[in-house]
Structures are given as C-alpha cells and as structure tokens.
Design a protein around this ligand. Structure first.
Ligand code: FMN
Length: 194
C-alpha cells in the first residue's frame, strides 16, 4: 500500500447501515458467494476458521422462523421494558411484521461449538460480509432476534443447523429500497497513552 492509493474501504465502512427495506430484486448467487468469500478473510483465534454458512432463500421458512420468534420477543422485550424499544415492540405485535423485513436472503453464520472463540470469529466474519455486500450495492442487517430459533428443534432441522454448531450471526441481504439516514455515532471516548 502506498500513501497515494485511494482507500475506498473507508467510505464503505462509513456509509454502511442496517437496511430494513428491500426491493424484490433477486440477489445473484455469485454475489452471495463473493460476500461469503469476503467473510472468510476475517481473522480467527488460532486460525481455526470455525464457521459454516446456511443460505436461506425460502421465504416461507423465513416467515415460519419470524412467526416463531415474534411472540417470544414480545415477552422478552415487554419484561425488560427499556426505553427505545417501544417502536420495535409495537411492530412485533403486528401480524404482518416480519423480523427479516421481507429480505430475499438470510445467511446464517454458524459457529462450531468446540472452537474457543467461535462467537468472536463469526462476528468478525459477519462484519466483513456486511461491508462486502455494501460495496456491491447490497444492503444487510444483523437480525439477532432470529437466534431465538435455536430453542426450536424442528426449525433448526429445517434450517440444517448441525448439532455441533450454533447460530452466531443471522444476516439478511437484499437490494435496498429508499435508504434511511445513517444512525448517528456518539463521539468515542478515547484515551491516549504516549
Ligand atoms: C448483535 C446485533 C443484533 C442485532 N439485531 C437486530 C434485530 O434483531 N433487528 C434489527 O432490526 N436490527 C438488529 N441489529 C442492527 C442494529 O440495530 C444496528 O446495527 C444499529 O442500530 C446501528 O445501526 P447501523 O447498523 O445502521 O449502523 C442488530 C445488530 C447487532 C450487532
């Protein structure tokens, strides 16, 4: 790398945002392969690369997962009653709401149970995937709510999650509809020690 080389990655990092509004345009398999290829470039503890991927395009199955998770989330979020969750809680109570925002693709990043740092490793992989997608004009969002599906053996079987793996990152992908503004970042507290 030279000082004069344009560092395009900074604009991808700066501009990426969670997309919750998708067009029906199909995401080509080639793009999904490129996104996973970027994911697996992430660093991993001991170089273990403890991941597997499940690509779900079956909207009916995604709907089933959403329908399963929604009431559990309503109960959980209702119990916690934290400020800022009111809007999401109201959406969850609406029968038409889909936790995957009707995205055309869900990719589950699965972490091997036996690997020491699989959650951290798969999280780094997931961020690479979301940044690569953005660079290709494809939106994404981490749907943590979907991890609740791990309590349902039938759905886990339908999602082909092996028993020795856990769902770390449920990521949706698709071509964005009109974009929401980027969420504002707080000034970071930084301590310098020289
Ligand atoms: C671990 C994790 C879980 C998340 N789960 C959800 C979710 O269930 N539903 C959702 O709409 N967004 C979810 N998000 C997206 C965050 O809400 C989003 O990243 C955050 O508000 C910052 O916005 P940005 O991604 O646009 O910068 C999740 C993000 C992370 C990292």
């Amino acid at each position: 790398m030279t000082d004069t080389e344009p560092i395009e990655i900074f604009s991808v990092i700066r501009e990426r945002r969670s997309v919750r509004n998708y067009t029906d345009r199909d995401v080509p398999d080639e793009a999904l392969r490129a996104i996973i290829a970027a994911g697996i470039q992430a660093p991993t503890a001991l170089g273990l690369q403890p991941w597997q991927f499940v690509i779900v395009k079956d909207r009916g199955l995604m709907r089933q997962v959403s329908d399963y998770c929604k009431p559990i989330l309503v109960e959980k979020i209702g119990e916690e009653a934290r400020s800022g969750t009111e809007e999401f809680l109201a959406a969850l109570k609406s029968p038409g709401f889909n936790i995957f925002y009707n995205a055309p693709v869900l990719i589950l990043v699965l972490g091997a149970q036996e690997a020491v740092s699989s959650v951290l490793d798969c999280t780094l992989c997931a961020e690479n995937m979301m940044l690569a997608a953005w660079a290709l004009g494809i939106g994404s969002c981490w749907i943590g709510s979907a991890a609740l599906v791990q309590q349902n053996p039938d759905l886990l079987a339908a999602l082909k999650v092996p028993a020795d793996h856990q769902i770390v990152a449920p990521l949706i992908f698709g071509y964005p509809g009109p974009l929401s503004p980027k969420a504002v970042r707080r000034e970071p507290q930084v301590t310098w020690i020289a």
